[in-house]
Design a protein around this ligand. Structure first.
Ligand code: DGT
Ligand code: CA
Ligand code: CA
Ligand code: ZN
Length: 570
């Protein structure tokens, strides 16, 4: 799929136009196009083949032409020309959080910096602070930003990797020589970032599988090719490994290569105590090497007197002990989700109408949704005024009737630095659901931020705290906040904490969600969709919840509508 490559190009074009101080309309058109490419669920080449590019929200005539040029020729002339007109490396510098277009140009012109390594050196030597408008604080933030991209560079967010992994899986499954195929490794465990893609196959002709795999169009470079195992580097910048195993070993291999290492160590220890050896080929009796299991994963666990353990909790965090006692939690499943309680429309910064969102939600089989646009002070994302909010509430009723889905009228209400909310109580009172969130003034001390958020939770109209820590994977650390104290306050005030399913958020993260559940806090799993396509992010939120051992009974958007309404009214 070329979608992500195009997203990257459009966002780089926007960066370059920003450097050139072009009109903000053109810049935001490219940013919108980049976002559209990122969230498009089908292959952009297929949309182009139907001649429907301009139907994609966020794609206009000019960007559609560029997409076609790219699909036909593999490049975009306009992009190449822009690049050639700027000093080298400027957009690379802009990939560092804290470095905007003006700063990038300044760094290049005054310090001759063109790479991230050079930028790091200059910052360490204290040269950055000597530039106009910069100080020691900016310099320190630049170094932190560099460290952040270094740390996350070799791993990619699950949401970015999974579509590519599924493409490979589908391409190989289509071969008549392939009998069984599954994704293993951290993808199967739904970890928030992925180091590489692991695929397992059983096949009558391994050599054919290897040939097809190593010549897939997504492959940039073949790293290793063998008779039953190959590794490639994909265009998106991640490695993929495919292994062909024997049918009698498929379950054992799946168990082994799903990991985690820590989980596997626990199992092997358990095996040793029973005179069993466990490896990727099967489970064997030590005394006579007899194979006792291997064809299915269930068999492997059963050989150890264990029930099958869901991949998401195979992290060596107590799951084996619980399985021994037969007390594994009943983890929430995607099918349990009856609605999505955070989404944005064109009324603030979303790309679709409330009706389009409602229709897409209904198609997913949801019983209800909440429309939660941004509140009035967030002008940069089209925050909704009180008058507009009341108007929207009326419109939402009509949309609900027309589409045939229940719609809760809500808001994602900004929490001011002093902990007060962005709408007065009498307005909040009229809404079906109030999400409170922080999008401004991130740089408070931990004590101040914690106080700010707890104050918001103490408002009786606040039902949910959205993306409680504010982190953006690989882009921004969470703001300083004491999550334990948030959880404690949530329990005390009966406030629900969100697991935001956006692949760059996943916030609360797995371990925090687990702590919240243990301390008696209810959770909501919401996509925060800004286009109708992003409703599919629910999968990542559910994956994160499962990794946090979260049970259905603790997730409010698994409740039938009436129970949910009663819960929100309490
Ligand atoms: P990743 O790729 O870093 O996101 O994480 P994984 O878990 O996919 O790790 P990966 O790809 O290195 O290996 C896949 C699985 O194979 C891993 O979860 C457990 C198993 N595995 C790999 N190497 C070892 C090892 O040295 N010992 C054991 N027990 N298991 C291993
Ligand atoms: Ca892996
Ligand atoms: Ca691997
Ligand atoms: Zn938001």
């Amino acid at each position: 799929m070329r979608n992500l490559a195009l997203a990257r190009i459009f966002s780089e074009i926007a960066d370059m136009l920003e450097i050139k101080e072009e009109s903000i309309f053109r810049i935001s058109a490219y940013r919108r196009a980049a976002r559209a490419m990122e969230s498009l669920t089908e292959d952009v080449a297929e949309v182009a083949a139907r001649d429907d590019l301009e139907e994609i929200p966020g794609v206009g005539t000019s960007t559609a032409e560029k997409i076609e040029e790219y699909l036909e020729t593999g490049k975009i002339t306009y992009y190449e020309e822009l690049r050639a007109s700027l000093p080298p490396g400027i957009t690379t510098l802009m990939s560092v959080p804290e470095v905007g277009p003006k700063t990038a140009v300044l760094l290049y012109e005054k310090l001759g910096v063109t790479t991230i390594d050079e930028l790091e050196r200059a910052a360490r030597q204290g040269l950055v602070r000597t530039l106009p408008r910069m100080g020691a604080k900016t310099e320190e933030n630049i170094l932190k930003g560099i460290e952040l991209i270094r740390r996350t560079k070799e791993r990619l967010p699950l949401g970015q990797v999974l579509p590519h992994a599924k493409e490979i899986e589908d391409a190989l499954r289509a071969l008549k020589e392939v009998k069984a195929i599954t994704l293993a490794g951290s993808i199967r465990r739904m970890k928030e970032t992925i180091g590489d893609i692991d695929v397992l196959v059983t096949s009558s002709r391994p050599a054919r599988v290897m040939d097809v795999f190593t010549t897939l169009p997504q492959v940039q470079r073949v790293l290793a090719k063998g008779p039953t195992r190959s590794s490639v580097l994909l265009e998106v910048g991640i490695q993929a490994d495919v292994r062909v195993v024997k049918p009698e070993s498929f379950g054992a291999a799946l168990q082994y290569f799903t990991g985690s290492k820590e989980h596997n160590v626990r199992l092997r220890e358990k095996g040793v105590r029973r005179g069993l050896k466990i490896n990727e080929y099967g489970v064997f009796r030590v005394k006579d090497e007899k194979r006792v299991a291997g064809r299915t994963e269930e068999e492997v666990y059963a050989a150890l007197d264990l029930p099958w353990i869901p991949p998401e909790i195979r992290e060596g965090q107590g799951e084996v002990e619980l399985a021994e006692k037969g007390r594994l939690p009943r983890l929430v499943e995607l099918q349990d989700i009856r609605g999505d309680l955070q989404m944005h429309t064109r009324w603030s910064d979303g790309s679709d109408s409330a009706e389009a969102m409602a229709r897409a939600a209904k198609e997913r089989g949801y019983e209800y949704i909440a429309i939660t646009d941004h509140s009035q002070s967030l002008k940069f994302v089209g925050g909704v005024t009180v008058e507009e909010l009341r108007e929207h509430a009326k419109l939402v009723k009509q949309v609900a009737d027309k589409v045939g889905i229940a719609i809760l009228m809500g808001t994602e209400c900004e929490v001011h630095p002093d902990g007060s909310l962005d709408y007065p109580d009498e307005v909040l009172k009229e809404l079906d659901i109030v999400l409170a969130a922080v999008h401004t003034r991130f740089r408070m001390s931990e004590a101040e931020m914690t106080k700010r958020m707890i104050k918001a939770m103490e408002n009786p109209h606040v039902d949910v705290v959205a993306h409680p820590t504010g982190r953006l994977l690989g882009q921004r650390e969470s703001y300083s906040v004491n999550v334990e104290r948030l959880v404690e306050a949530a329990r005390r005030t009966g406030t629900v904490l969100e697991i935001n399913a956006g692949p760059e958020r996943l916030d609360l993260r797995d371990t925090q969600a687990r702590m919240a559940q243990e301390r008696g806090v209810k959770l909501a799993i919401n996509t925060d969709a800004h286009t109708r396509y992003q409703l599919r992010y629910m999968e990542f939120g559910v994956g994160t919840a499962r990794r946090g051992w979260v049970e259905k009974k603790n997730v409010i958007n698994t409740l039938p509508l009436n129970d949910l309404r009663a819960f929100l009214r309490r």
